[in-house]
Design a protein around this ligand. Sequence first.
Ligand code: ATP
Length: 313
Amino acid sequence: MKPPLKPSIPTTGRRKRKIVVIMGATGAGKSRLSIDLATRFFKNSEIINSDKMQVYTGLDITTNKITMQERFNVPHHLLGVIDPTKAVFAPSDYRKLASDIISEVVSRNGLPLIVGGSNSLIYSLVTKRFDPDLDVFNRPDPDPNPVSVSSELCYDCCFIWVDVRLPVLNRYLTKRVDEMLDSGMFEELVEFFWTGEHKKVNRSGLGQAIGIPEFEAYFEKFSGFPRLEDASSKEMYNEAVRWIKENTCQLAKKQVSKIVRLRDAGWELKRLDATEAFRAVVTPEYREGTMAEIWDKHVVEPSVKIINQFLDE
Ligand code: ATP
């Protein structure tokens, strides 16, 4: 017997625009993947940031923005462009700005890559009926009015979820905080506090970036690096760093649980497991070459296949 015919796709309206969305927890390698794809395989790509802290100007190291050098001339949008002293950049603002950018990218035959860890921004952009007054992710517990996640989308989306198992990701994130401090995060925060910037930025926006609340008490007492002879400054500094590490790991865990909610609601996410590549990074005898090989095999190559298939559909 012949299988029943698939119901035909409704022909009303235009074809939905195709976009690629690279999701994942903080630190999982979304930026690296987007640059690999844009420089080696899909050279017409333009990246649209979907990290709600990285949209703001300033604190580039603290919010871990990709550097100019790491961008390899790939166009980046909504990265470091919003004034942090003004109103909070809301998901509804993102929906408007990012959809205008997608139209522009598509009009020049580009491929929009949405890249970032803030699922509320991704949700606001791709859902058909977005309600700006309803935060579907951050709900009270217990929730008196449980809300469901919508799976009706206004774009034709290829969702790539770069996932790293949390025990391995946490080890990497702990190491990454130390690297961020080595590359100038603390000096950036010293300037931020001592020029009075911290009083000017919106406390519900950039003022919440991990690193600011954690160092606030320290900067109320001290003006720079802890001095060797001052044990209490050293103790407070270490405490702030411990807290940053802890909050970064918590952020990653929360982001993964939001992604799982989207998947459970029927979003077709293609999960790629980058755990082995990260395991290589956190081992003491780490060699960049080993990581790069595993990364290509487990993450880049499958992504290229998935995206090619999606573009051919
Ligand atoms: P959303 O819930 O809107 O999808 P999210 O998962 O990126 O966003 P939240 O759960 O709102 O983030 O954030 C938890 C904490 O992490 C907040 O204090 C937030 O400001 C901070 N945070 C998020 N992204 C960054 C970043 N790139 N740099 C520093 N702090 C960040």
